[in-house]
Design a protein around this ligand. Structure first.
Ligand code: URA
Length: 432
């Protein structure tokens, strides 16, 4: 291992066998964490060639179970987001695309740091379970064209261990390592094609469009080496998506969107990503045809009906979906007011995500219990004018002590200016 660390430190390319040795040794515990940490830091500074990235991805992907979706007919198209605040896209897209005829086999994650997770959002629906056996998952897709479940512990164990180490050794922010981490998990899930939403902005891993483009190209390259089509859409995470942050609050917004009454940014993003999924799934010939199909499914109620079918199939209480005031709520709420007047020129997604975690909507440690009703509803977004003392947001929590902690972050969220700011477009670039 010392020789391999030195080889990478000195800028040389490693062979596939050498990566196999490193990953096998790390997963089995034969190579200690301190040597893997040193190796990751060498990678961080020296980078990986495209061929090394593809080899590392392939080896990580094979470190655990590979999901075989071949018994499900049709082109299976997966979707991934690199993570954002208020990003409830999966819960809109999955039923929408399934209603259009593309089988959706979705394995999702839980909230991480300041970003939320699809599974936590779904569990705010009473009774709904995201735990199922592999066969139940496949059977649900065959019957309903959709299933959403958690990733089991044996899916890409090498990434689980490596990501935990990168997280505490300052080696997360390397595009090759991020690409291999995401792609190893997506490829192990067995889809034929993947649409990836790469978020850019202060609420996201990628801070610039240039970095996001580099990540996009690496992921597309890995996909093509593995015979999977990958489309990447680079989107802005300079402010939260929609108006809600927090699990039950976001489910309500998902339902509104599926019924055609959702916020414009969320609806636009779902139509953009969804239409790409229809093209990859060969249900639409062009993106604009895909958008037309999806709009009709929303207008006819078919998209919302598919969501209800998903909820019912996974044991959820349909009354909660029909009457969203039955979703978890909170005992306490507090209004957050503007301290000055002017245009909102910045609405920091990272800090608002952290404020929502303090309210109980996310986890501070892996053991934290989520308060499904907790979160934030935005009343204003970038470009809106506010008067002094006008409401910017409403905070919700079941623990009144949380408001003071959340407010410390809320005080960092907004920038108010005299000039009306230019609102950046949501969809920045599509790379196919
Ligand atoms: N998300 C992942 O799954 N892996 C990374 O390395 C970064 C973000």
């Amino acid at each position: 291992m010392v020789e391999l660390i030195i080889k990478k430190r000195d800028g040389f390319e490693l062979t596939k066998d050498e990566y196999q040795t490193i990953i096998d040794g790390f997963v089995s515990g034969n190579i200690p964490d301190y040597q893997i940490s040193a190796f990751m830091m060498a990678v961080f500074f020296e980078g990986l060639t495209n061929s090394e990235t593809a080899n590392l991805t392939d080896i990580m992907m094979r470190s655990g179970e590979l999901i075989d979706l071949s018994e499900i007919e049709g082109i299976k198209v997966d979707k991934h987001s690199t993570g954002g605040v208020g990003d409830k896209t999966t819960l809109v897209l999955a039923p929408l695309v399934a209603a259009a005829g593309v089988p959706v086999a979705k394995m999702s994650g839980r909230g991480l740091g300041h970003t939320g997770g699809t599974l936590d959002k779904m569990e705010s629906i009473k009774g709904l379970s995201v735990d199922m056996t592999r066969q139940e998952f496949i059977d649900n897709i065959k019957k309903h064209n959709i299933a959403v479940c958690g990733q089991n512990a044996n899916l890409v164990p090498a990434d689980k261990k490596l990501y935990a180490l990168r997280d505490v050794t300052g080696t997360v922010e390397n595009t090759s390592l991020i690409a291999s981490s995401i792609m190893s998990k997506k490829l192990a899930c067995g889809a034929d094609a993947i649409v990836i939403d790469i978020k850019v902005g202060h609420g996201a891993f990628m801070k610039t469009v240039e970095d996001a483009e580099e990540l996009a190209k690496i992921m597309i390259g890995i996909g093509s080496k593995m015979n999977r089509k990958v489309i990447t859409v680079i989107t802005s995470m300079s402010q939260p998506l929609g108006f809600t942050i927090g699990n039950a609050l976001e489910v309500k917004e998902v339902i509104d969107t599926l019924k055609g009454n959702g916020p414009e940014d969320l609806t636009t993003l779902c139509l953009e990503l969804g239409s790409q999924m229809l093209v990859l799934g060969e249900v639409a010939k062009t993106q604009s045809e895909g958008i037309d199909i999806l709009k009709k499914l929303i207008d006819s109620g078919a998209a919302f009906n598919k969501f209800k079918e998903l909820v019912k199939a996974q044991g959820g209480d349909l009354n909660v979906v029909e009457q969203t005031d039955l979703l978890p709520s909170t005992q306490f709420s507090e209004v957050y007011k503007s301290k000055s007047e002017g245009y909102i020129s910045d609405l920091n997604a990272l800090d608002i995500g952290l404020a929502s975690v303090k309210l109980g909507a996310g986890r501070e440690t892996q053991e934290s219990v989520i308060d499904h009703g907790a979160g934030i509803v935005l009343k204003k977004k970038i470009g809106d004018y506010v008067n002094k003392d006008e409401t910017l947001a409403i905070l919700y929590s079941n623990n009144s002590v949380n408001f003071a902690k959340a407010n410390e972050f809320m005080d960092l969220v907004y920038k108010i200016s005299k000039e009306k700011p230019l609102v950046k477009p949501l969809i920045l670039k599509t790379i196919t």
